[in-house]
Ligand binder design. Structure first.
Ligand SMILES: NC(=O)c1ccc[n+]([C@@H]2O[C@H](COP(=O)([O-])OP(=O)(O)OC[C@H]3O[C@@H](n4cnc5c(N)ncnc54)[C@H](OP(=O)(O)O)[C@@H]3O)[C@@H](O)[C@H]2O)c1
Length: 342
């Protein structure tokens, strides 16, 4: 048993709809000792991700957390004990740390990245220079395949993934239009993330007309982070051979019973649309390719990002709940120990 007391957040009940703080509990025990080949990390930042709604629900999903288990999450930590010659004390590692203060890395069985803090702030290794940036990169460039001059529409445009999508699309010479949930975020989208237009979808009952006005040449790529009614309406504005990237379903509270289907399905046929879902983990072998490009743009001052950092592990469940009412402004992180790089 290790000398370190480890506070961790466990799931005590699965979610039937949107996550609530009562589904989680904080417990304390000892951090495990690293076995041969393993490494012990002290976590510094962990994440709250909208996709966690699916991880803790009963519906079929690509990832799942069992009741009684530590809540899964991404995180970045510092090596404080190593039984592996490839890991040196003081190195920074991003991986699935879970919502806890200490984590074991077994390099044989876990996906991880060593983080070079010369590239940017440590926290950005979980946002623009990590998970969110990679999601935007592969979703937009590999799945959406935008061409210069095309119109790209993005939902959750002011969020961590959406703000990166808008900026990458701009770099590729596209016209960009963002959908977001407040006037303040509209300003952010236009002034910080370079969108040509942004629309507060909560501030209008004529959303589809407003989108049409901002996209007079139609939509070539819809980067969809929400699904639901917005996806349904946007399908009616897609151009021939348009691509719809299904990245997230933030607008669907639960999947039991399943929500209603799409009204404009016929446009998929008539306009030969491609609607494709993707999961970031399928691209894990290509993360370095994404990081190289994103870092190149970032270091040239071409990219902005925002972070929203909650203090203390015990605030992770509330930080998660905040995502579903749009209270976060940027990548939602939770600081679980002092960042030694600041
Ligand atoms: N496919 C993958 O592998 C993958 C990987 C990472 C993330 N994602 C997805 O990417 C999306 C963005 O993730 P993120 O980490 O960057 O989060 P984020 O956009 O920073 O935060 C979530 C945002 O979702 C919006 N939202 C919440 N409830 C909504 C609703 N009912 N209808 C419409 N919008 C709603 C809110 O923005 P507004 O205030 O603008 O409404 C909120 O701020 C999520 O859907 C996530 O699941 C997918």
């Amino acid at each position: 048993m290790s000398q370190y007391k480890n506070r961790r957040v466990i799931l005590i009940e699965r979610a039937k709809a949107l996550p609530k703080t009562e589904l989680f509990s904080v417990i304390e025990d000892h951090a495990p000792e690293p076995s041969s080949g393993e490494v012990l990390l002290q976590n510094i930042y962990v994440t709250a991700d909208p996709g966690m709604k699916g991880w803790i629900s009963n519906a079929k999903n690509y990832a799942s957390v069992e009741t009684g288990a530590t809540m899964s999450s991404f995180g970045v930590g510092i090596v404080i004990n190593s039984n592996n010659p490839n890991f040196v004390i003081g190195e920074f590692i991003a991986m699935n740390t879970g919502w806890q203060e200490y984590s074991i890395l077994n390099p044989e069985t876990s996906t991880y990245r060593k983080v070079n803090i010369d590239n940017g702030p440590l926290s950005a290794s979980l946002g623009l220079l990590g998970h969110s940036g990679f999601t935007a990169y592969f979703g937009l460039l590999h799945v959406g395949q935008p061409k210069s001059g095309e119109t790209v529409l993005v939902s959750t445009a002011g969020g961590s993934v959406g703000s990166a999508v808008g900026q990458f699309a701009k770099i590729k010479g596209c016209k960009t239009v963002g959908l977001t949930g407040s006037d303040e975020k509209v300003e952010l989208c236009v002034n910080e993330f370079g969108y040509d237009h942004a629309i507060n979808y909560k501030g209008t009952d004529q959303l589809i007309n407003e989108i049409a006005k901002c996209c007079p040449n139609g939509i070539d790529v819809y980067y969809d982070n929400v699904g639901g009614d917005i996806l349904d309406s946007v399908l009616s504005l897609m151009n021939q051979n348009g691509r719809v990237v299904i990245c997230g379903t933030a607008a669907t509270e639960g999947w039991n019973p399943p929500p209603k289907g799409l009204r404009f399905e016929r446009n998929v046929l008539v306009n030969r649309l491609r609607i494709q879902g993707f999961i970031l983990f399928d691209y894990r072998d290509k993360y370095e390719e994404a990081l190289k490009d994103i870092y190149d743009w970032y270091s040239k001052g071409m990219l902005n990002y925002r972070e929203d950092i909650a203090e203390g592990l015990e605030n992770a469940p509330q930080a998660l709940c905040n995502l579903y009412s749009g209270l976060n402004k940027g990548r939602q992180l939770i600081r679980v120990s002092k960042d030694p790089t600041i």
